[in-house]
Design a protein around this ligand. Sequence first.
Ligand SMILES: CC(C)(COP(=O)(O)OP(=O)(O)OC[C@H]1O[C@@H](n2cnc3c(N)ncnc32)[C@H](O)[C@@H]1O)[C@@H](O)C(=O)NCCC(=O)NCCS
Ligand SMILES: Nc1ncnc2c1ncn2[C@@H]1O[C@H](COP(=O)(O)OP(=O)(O)OP(=O)(O)O)[C@@H](O)[C@H]1O
Length: 238
Amino acid sequence: MFLVGLTGGIASGKSSVIQVFQQLGCAVIDVDVIARHVVQPGYPAHRRIVEAFGTEVLLENGDIDRKALGDLIFKQPDRRQLLNSITHPEIRKEMMKETFKYFLRGFRYAILDIPLLFETKKLLKYMRHTVVVYCDRDTQLARLMKRNSLNREDAEARIKAQLPLKDKARMADHVLDNSGEWSITKRQVVLLHAKLERSLEYLPLRLGVLTGLAGIVSLLYLLTRYLLEPQVSSSLEV
Ligand SMILES: CC(C)(COP(=O)(O)OP(=O)(O)OC[C@H]1O[C@@H](n2cnc3c(N)ncnc32)[C@H](O)[C@@H]1O)[C@@H](O)C(=O)NCCC(=O)NCCS
Ligand SMILES: Nc1ncnc2c1ncn2[C@@H]1O[C@H](COP(=O)(O)OP(=O)(O)OP(=O)(O)O)[C@@H](O)[C@H]1O
């Protein structure tokens, strides 16, 4: 099974794109969904967040007040680092579990939506392909302000908490440009899906070559042992 790491900037369109992959029948894992799951009351990360940030980041029902915590961490890098150090190990554990479940169900590849794939770099080595959902900065800002009802300053702080989207696009194997109409993006997703599916055709071939090579090496090893051993023993007998 191979993994495809999908990333982008805040509000660049990752979740929208991942939904299309899901509709196309792909195994998808959304790290933002996992991140919400692991901070529920009763989970270790919830307790550690309250210890580190105080009860002012809690709603009356005990859930994390995401708006309050976001306002704190997007403007203060050291507090963001602290939150990341609490949540990221828990997120990674859940991600591994979900990936394994897809593996057991026979999926040959999975697409993981990981917002901070290039910032943290920890998971990069496991990805066969990387995909960036890109949009120009003005569009990103406008979509973020609208979706989260944020003023310009707060939206810019959130964008600045990540690597510039242009840099991420340069690092990716595939770029989906979501600056324009949604129908144009959707077409790009369908094309990329077809490309990833095609790359699967080479997988059995590659496995075949590897098995063949392993067979040749084993055969050579056995032959050398078989041919050399009698000579060694006979030279000792002399
Ligand atoms: C700060 C929190 C409470 C804000 O919650 P909110 O519901 O407003 O946003 P949501 O979780 O939907 O995230 C939206 C986007 O914000 C960006 N973002 C989230 N956390 C971070 C972070 N620590 N650093 C930079 N960008 C981040 C991502 O692009 C993400 O897709 C929440 O994002 C959180 O718990 N973050 C820490 C976990 C994390 O790092 N998640 C990102 C995936 S690894
Ligand atoms: N091509 C598009 N045209 C217009 N609106 C779009 C387009 N693509 C996405 N949007 C809207 O922009 C907003 C951000 O999209 P989405 O939630 O998919 O981004 P995201 O990268 O997953 O965000 P986050 O980083 O916060 O998780 C949403 O309100 C979505 O409906």
